[in-house]
Design a protein around this ligand. Sequence first.
Ligand SMILES: Nc1ncnc2c1ncn2[C@@H]1O[C@H](COP(=O)(O)OP(=O)(O)OP(=O)(O)O)[C@@H](O)[C@H]1O
Ligand SMILES: [Mg+2]
Length: 287
Amino acid sequence: MADQAEALRRMMDTNRSQRTAERIVAIASGKGGVGKSNVAVNLAVALQRLGRSAIVIDLDIGFTNVELLLGARSRRRLTDVLHGTDIWDVINHSASGVSFITSGTQFADFGQFTPEQLITLVNQLKRLHEQYDFILLDGSAGMTANSQRLISAADDMLLIVTPEPTSIADAYSFVKFLYREHSLPTTHIVTNRAQSFVDAKNAAAKIQSVCTHFLNVSLSILGYVLDDVHVPDAVRKQTAVMTLYPNTLASKCIMQVAKNYLNAGESREEVQLKRGFAAWLDNMFRK
Ligand SMILES: Nc1ncnc2c1ncn2[C@@H]1O[C@H](COP(=O)(O)OP(=O)(O)OP(=O)(O)O)[C@@H](O)[C@H]1O
Ligand SMILES: [Mg+2]
């Protein structure tokens, strides 16, 4: 197992893409239903508008929310790569222009994968950087150990919270768990569904402060997405809100989050910018 991981790492060091901005970005939360999938899909649209390529990977095995949000049907799913399907054959393209890989409807959960299968999966996923700058992992609410490993080994994590106390408390518990049991990626808070920017800012500041105080971990605040009726409307129409209503409040907020994320990237060290999949594998097997 350790030998396999080492072999893969070596292989990736030699085949590594020269793209400087390649990042694996986990979209995660403590509490479910706070807007992860909507942020993931719309962030992909926003990044594309800003001239960067992105693909969304639905890690919520059994639920296929990403394909529903994009109004696209897919025959192949992420877990098919474990049975020999090439990664390029499980990619779907939606009318919004967002590429994605669906989780599939079967509960062949990551929890049931062997470590060797997980390596196969990651080894296939890493090839996506040949074509995409950003790989957005849309996490699930109740994560299994293997999903947690994938999330914790990402380059960055966007921690989605809403201003509700339950969401804030669960976000803290989630960060604490990842930090203690796996490892915490560079974490950026995004407050979603806030009624005002003041509410959004206060919620983000609360998480930031408890993480600093109790864990000595510093999280950055990436941005805020206001509550906007156009989001559920776009969900019902199975189109990304950024595509359907590009000038609505939520779309403008998400565009700002995307710009903030890219700007944060520019200030990162060159060595961090080039992490990509080689570092991902490395992180995943560190524990
Ligand atoms: N900014 C927003 N304004 C209004 N409604 C929103 C906003 N963001 C998300 N929603 C609504 O919140 C609900 C949950 O969103 P979403 O499915 O993206 O959450 P999730 O975190 O991915 O959920 P799960 O944990 O089940 O995967 C959806 O009905 C969506 O329409
Ligand atoms: Mg979701």
